[in-house]
Ligand binder design. Sequence first.
Ligand SMILES: NC(=O)c1ccc[n+]([C@@H]2O[C@H](COP(=O)([O-])OP(=O)(O)OC[C@H]3O[C@@H](n4cnc5c(N)ncnc54)[C@H](O)[C@@H]3O)[C@@H](O)[C@H]2O)c1
Length: 436
Amino acid sequence: MTQSKEPVGVIGVGWVGLVTAACFAELGHPVVARDILPEKVAALSRGELTIHEPGLAELVQRNAERLRFTTEMDELLGAARLLFVCVDTPPTRSGDADLSRVRAVVDELGSEGGHVLIMKSTVPAGTGETIRRDLPGLAYVSCPEFLKEGTAVEDFMHPDRVVIGADAGDEEAGDAVAALYEPLGGQLVRTDVASAEMIKLASNAFLATKISFVNEIANVCEEVGADVAEVARGMGLDRRIGPSFLRAGIGYGGSCFPKDVSALKMLAGNTGYHFQLLNAVIEVNELQKRRVVQKLLAHLGSLVGKRVALLGLAFKPDTDDMREASSLVLAARLQGEGAEVVAYDPVAAEAARGLLDGVELSDSALGALAGTDAAVLVTEWDEFAELNWTEAASRMARPLLIDGRNFLDSDKLVSAGFEYEGIGRAAGVGYEQTPS
Ligand SMILES: NC(=O)c1ccc[n+]([C@@H]2O[C@H](COP(=O)([O-])OP(=O)(O)OC[C@H]3O[C@@H](n4cnc5c(N)ncnc54)[C@H](O)[C@@H]3O)[C@@H](O)[C@H]2O)c1
């Protein structure tokens, strides 16, 4: 007879919560997942996914018997001792992390005895200490999540490392969380709560720094006639540097980097420490989104009355997440210059509706390109690499493409009749892709 596995509770069923729930169910745990949105819970209970994430639908379907979705906190508390908190922690107007959803969960839990609160949401260092004080009846473990949208299931099932922060008195709770992750085989980092919280913030801030760094290198490459793809390839072979996150482009976006970098900057600022480097990282990223507009101006003179197509809207491929997507800033800047903007995204169009005032949404790439004076590749969807670019050129009023992700084969585009410009590369230079 197989021994039944420890039940798992999940609070907040978004990207992190749904992946966590589905993956623990896949590992054989009965999972109860709670969200406050009745329509989301109803859809998930019918087996309908609320987000686009490769492999997740299959996982939810395969483990339907072990997965239960509910709006009721009591149902969760009755079913599981280990409770993963996966609610959103968006930025406030001041740039600090908004902990109101986390606080709402804490208030609901009250001093329920015997449970273990496992914080997966990204929170500022010091949050765990406050919650522990407020909920003396619960054990507290910090277990930050490092999955990436687009490869979330793969990342969860094959983690580089699993960070488990537990303070004195909560060691047993830390062991219980470690046991859950044991079958996944990632390097285990057992530490205290504040250090676990900092590992998450510091990791995202470092990756954002790497992106802003290579974007500045790209901008210098343009001035001196170097190719940033070549530079990144040469740099990345140094094991101290590594090849990841060295692809120049139009800047980072998404639901994590912008808010986590800002939250860390503000966290430092609130203690009186001025985190200068992060100010620069943020500023470089903001300016980088706008460089594309300067490139278009250089080619077209004025953008007044010009029709510009955006290829891709999501902040990265294989997701429909539009939070802090570079396309939002770019579209608004192009409109500010007097351009008409038309856009196409293979999956994010629905999520983008309502966020892009006055932008025409097309249902195909070729449809979006028809009659345009220029196009900007914003998201590196595979579909764009495979597009019939000769046909695209013939449909455009002027076949000019700014490749905001250095994604396309520039030789192919030039032979198709395009004026092609990437980021930090001489126009028309052949390009070997570097991993990102
Ligand atoms: N998305 C990512 O790639 C990612 C990666 C690592 C870490 N994180 C962190 O994980 C956390 C969650 O991120 P996300 O992208 O999954 O957010 P999300 O917005 O996709 O999902 C959050 C969910 O929590 C629900 N919720 C809010 N209050 C609740 C409550 N009181 N009880 C139950 N449910 C509640 C919301 O309705 C929503 O469904 C954030 O702190 C984020 O920074 C996200």
